[in-house]
Design a protein. Structure first.
Length: 191
């Protein structure tokens, strides 16, 4: 059994993404916008389901903790508190677990990032709608053809993979590079 094709699939997805990214420069735009959000004293909210939830947690802790070097903590919240999710899921339904968090913590000037490998996660769609209604800047990381979320946000990254695992591998790379970009803008002395 050879698993080499798994590496080749991810490499091919990354190569295709880089070619498109060179034209769009979306990563740089998000990093600049997010650095501005932080500079103005605002925050970023992020969410996703399953493995994407783990990626959201990882993204948030890189800002509240540290990424490459010591610097002040930056306000990033992953909407993944289990008591909130089970409460809202029970009282309102699973489709509202993230939008209620956006309503609770979001304000104009903040940024919202949603992660959905299908682009069709109803709870992420409702969170985007809530974020837009409150005046947050919006960004999504999607997969396949972008699904229902395609074209709804200020920024979007679509990885046209066939499986969630390959899509998530590129999503995490994008998130790490956004963090690096924010740090380079806000803390150039560390680079």
């Amino acid at each position: 059994m050879s698993l080499l094709n798994s590496y080749k699939t991810t490499f091919s997805l990354l190569e295709d993404f880089i070619k498109e990214e060179e034209e769009r420069k979306e990563t740089e735009k998000v990093a600049k916008d997010l650095a501005s959000v932080f500079h103005l004293g605002n925050k970023v909210l992020i969410c996703g389901n399953g493995g994407s939830n783990c990626d959201a947690l990882h993204f948030a802790e890189e800002f509240t903790g540290r990424f490459r070097s010591n610097r002040r903590a930056l306000p990033a919240i992953s909407l993944s508190d289990s008591s909130h999710i089970t409460c809202v899921g029970n009282d309102f339904g699973f489709d509202y677990i993230f939008s209620r968090g956006v309503e609770a913590y979001g304000k104009e000037g903040d940024m919202f990032i949603g992660i959905s490998t299908s682009g069709n996660s109803e709870n992420v769609i409702k969170a985007v709608e809530a974020a837009k209604s409150l005046g947050l800047k919006t960004c999504v990381l999607l997969g396949k053809d972008g699904g229902k979320l395609k074209g709804l946000c200020d920024y979007e990254f679509i990885i046209p993979g066939k499986t969630s695992d390959r899509i998530q591998e590129i999503h995490m790379m994008i998130l790490h590079i956004i963090i690096e970009g924010v740090e380079k803008i806000m803390f150039p002395e560390n680079y």
